[in-house]
Write a protein that binds this ligand. Structure first.
Ligand SMILES: Nc1ncnc2c1ncn2[C@@H]1O[C@H](COP(=O)(O)OP(=O)(O)O)[C@@H](O)[C@H]1O
Ligand SMILES: [Mg+2]
Length: 315
């Protein structure tokens, strides 16, 4: 995998790159950045630098919170156990046995692996399930879907305590109903809800595509920036399907709240988090509540640092 990473840069280039990151570090210091790491971005083609990037964010004073998925990993274990995954309208139908497998994979495997990877860079990451300390309260989505839940409420007290201790929470998205029943909740929805509950600065989705496309089959159709109003029109136009839908719903939910910007980026791209956070390059798709206009002269720094402080209402 390391053959995809660029080699060491000239010292002058390294220094220039670090200097360029200063305004971003100053802006994001002390702020929560919610990173949703998708199960599809994690696989064998995943970014080997993800854990180091999270550790680096933490080292410069950002408070990263990781929410992870694990759909492909769940499907893989189900197949190994000879259990057919059943989907209805893109949602996994979850009977009691599937829930048990889902929970084992998310809490016992994917979460542990991520925590272990981050902790190789320093003992900072703490794995939690949404079941812990009432973090994610769930309600059943539909009787036909079994134990598939929606987020009923988020209690961020546990996360505040961990962040207050300078730790990095890594969240598996199992929630609990009022009756104590566990539910599998879509990780995108949880990411949006936690981003809002923590008043995160940014919500960043690491997925397996370079961003939102106007036409999913056309790589040239990347939407690099989008206001909430524009995004609604795009969703209504039917240009978005499958796993992208809950991501966009979470983006809308968070930026229409207090989150300054939501981003969809390619989690398979090496150091995509650093590119997004600390460079002037506009990568992937950036969604803000209002339309933002880059300052003239082609320098996007002002606009990207500006986050939610948009210059006017879109459409
Ligand atoms: N308009 C669109 N633009 C980009 N991706 C889209 C679009 N519509 C559907 N998708 C699909 O959404 C997928 C990402 O969601 P998903 O497979 O659930 O990944 P994750 O594991 O990150 O949640 C993309 O790989 C792509 O196939
Ligand atoms: Mg998904």
């Amino acid at each position: 995998m390391s053959d995809r990473l660029p080699g060491p840069a000239e010292p002058d280039v390294t220094a220039a790159v670090l200097a360029q990151a200063l305004p971003y570090i100053q802006r994001f210091r002390g702020r929560v950045v919610l990173v949703k790491y998708g199960g599809n971005a994690m696989g064998p083609g995943g970014d080997p630098g993800f854990a180091a990037d999270i550790a680096l964010m933490h080292s410069v004073g950002i408070k990263p919170v990781v929410v992870h998925g694990g759909g492909p990993q769940i499907t893989e274990l189900m197949q190994r156990l000879g259990k057919e995954a059943v989907f209805k309208d893109g949602l996994r139908v979850t009977d009691a046995e599937s829930l048990e497998i889902t929970r084992m994979v998310l809490v016992g495997k994917v979460n542990r692996d991520l925590v272990g990877a981050i902790n190789r860079h320093g003992p900072l990451a703490v794995g939690v399930s949404g079941e812990d300390a009432g973090l994610i309260q769930a309600c059943a989505r539909h009787p036909d879907l079994g134990f598939v839940g929606d987020v009923a409420a988020v209690n961020p007290a546990l996360l505040h305590r961990l962040l207050g201790e300078d730790l990095i929470p890594v969240v598996a998205t199992i929630g609990v109903g009022e009756d104590g029943q566990a539910y599998n909740i879509n990780a995108d929805a949880v990411a949006g809800a936690i981003a809002l509950a923590l008043e995160a600065e940014k919500l960043i989705f690491l997925t397996d595509i370079e961003g939102l496309r106007r036409d999913v089959g056309d790589p040239e159709s990347l939407v690099s920036r989008c206001s909430a109003a524009e995004l609604r029109l795009l969703v209504e136009s039917g240009a978005v399907s499958s796993g992208m839908i809950p991501k966009l719903e979470a983006c809308l939910y968070s930026v229409e709240g207090t989150v300054a910007s939501a981003h969809l980026v390619d989690g398979r791209r090496p150091h995509v988090l650093l590119l997004e956070l600390f460079t002037d390059a506009g990568i992937g798709t950036m969604i803000t509540r209002y339309a933002t206009t880059p300052p003239s002269g082609g320098d996007e720094t002002g606009a990207r640092l500006g986050g939610g402080e948009g210059t006017g209402r879109a459409g």
